[in-house]
Design a protein around this ligand. Structure first.
Ligand code: F6P
Ligand code: MN
Length: 357
């Protein structure tokens, strides 16, 4: 028997007594998934479809826009405008929010997305993805136009989140707040079929995803955590860890969800607010997925999903992964604050307290 389709999964979720998936949300997820099918089609044409390369423009964050960033953004906007389940959308590629035009019915949800995550990988045929997050418009927004402030909700209030990954296979990884499920695009049938889930991050996999070139910007705690694990010749963790970095958050997070380990993109400790990843459409949806799969997600010291956003394109430091790794990182922060005492280590036996730092 073929694995069940996304459509069937969503309908079964909707039927559950404790359902967190009303029909509007089901339609919304199906629409996003359909848009991701269109995006994977556009990506796979590559140079033949004239979709590679840059546009010569910059997005609101001052990053060079790839053709596919803009194409994917348009695909997501077009697919989601008319269905009647959304009040507004926000995207990495748009300075401000996109309200549903008056010619269409409006719904109660807000959709945020990063249309093509890891877009520097597009031109060299490596995995990229689409990340999305769904919020409910605040009750106070009923009867008036949705504003940017309505999107500034902590990540714990997300009703759904997920990503599509355009790699050797095209996958959709989704949470509705009750576990994380993986669907593979069956290209012959045009359907998404469940191929894994509920996902649980395996513990004890000594793998770190981090851009080592940014070491100078890390806090002392992050530096100690990494230095103990990557490239060290002595100490209890020497030789135990491996490093992986694809420069596409979707690909790195997917590996961690399936195999374990930790992903870090720390904030710049020398400059308040300077970080790489965006809270609302990168860190929050990924944190929701990671927590739903039994992991932990912090900005360095605090739970990301509890952050009260102050801006649509706000950035944050991130450390996402297996609980044992995040706890080890938090212990480093505590040690920096309280001075050296006992030093814990994950992935094996705790380090002896005589270890030299
Ligand atoms: O969206 C930002 C992003 O492309 C992530 O997908 C990725 O993890 C990171 O930036 C790559 O950063 P860097 O260019 O420092 O390797
Ligand atoms: Mn991104």
């Amino acid at each position: 028997m073929q694995p069940i389709t996304l459509t069937r999964f969503l309908i079964e979720q909707q039927r559950r007594e404790d359902s967190a998936c009303p029909s509007e949300l089901r339609l919304l997820i199906e629409t996003v998934a359909r848009a991701c099918k269109t995006i994977t089609h556009a990506i796979s044409k590559g140079a033949l479809g004239d979709v590679l390369g840059s546009l010569g423009s910059e997005n609101v964050q001052g990053e060079v826009q790839k053709k596919l960033d803009v194409i994917a953004n348009e695909i997501l906007l077009d697919a989601n405008e008319w269905g009647g389940h959304l009040a507004a959308m926000a995207s990495e590629e748009m300075e401000t929010i996109h309200r549903i035009p008056n010619r269409y019915p409006k719904g109660e949800y807000l959709l945020l997305f990063d249309p093509i995550d890891g877009s520097s990988n597009i031109d060299v045929d490596l995995s990229v993805g689409t990340i999305f997050s769904v919020l409910r418009a605040p009750e106070s927004a009923s009867g008036r136009e949705v504003t940017e402030e309505d999107f500034l909700q902590p990540g714990r209030d997300q009703v759904a989140a997920g990503y599509a990954i355009y790699g050797p296979q095209t996958l959709l990884v989704l949470t509705l707040g009750a576990g994380v499920y993986e669907f593979t695009l069956d290209r012959e049938m045009g359907a998404w079929r469940m191929t894994d889930g509920p996902l649980k991050i395996p513990s004890g996999n000594c793998e770190v995803a981090v851009n080592m070139a940014r070491r100078a910007q890390w806090s002392p705690a992050v530096r100690r955590y990494i230095d103990d694990r990557v490239g060290c010749e002595a100490g209890p963790l020497a030789g135990k860890y491996n490093m992986r970095w694809t420069a596409s958050m979707v690909a790195d997070i997917h590996r961690i969800l399936k195999r374990g380990g930790v992903f870090l993109y720390p904030a710049d400790h020398r400059e308040a607010g300077k970080a790489r990843l965006r809270l609302l459409y990168e860190a929050n949806p990924m944190s929701f997925l990671i927590e739903q799969a039994g992991g932990r997600a912090i900005d360095g010291t605090h739970r990301i999903l509890d952050t009260q956003p102050t801006g649509l394109h706000q950035r944050t430091g991130v450390a996402l992964g297996a609980p044992d790794e995040i706890e080890a990182l938090l212990r480093e922060s505590d040690l920096i604050r309280t001075g050296p005492a006992s030093i814990g280590a994950s992935c094996g036996s705790p380090a002896p307290s005589s270890v030299r730092r």
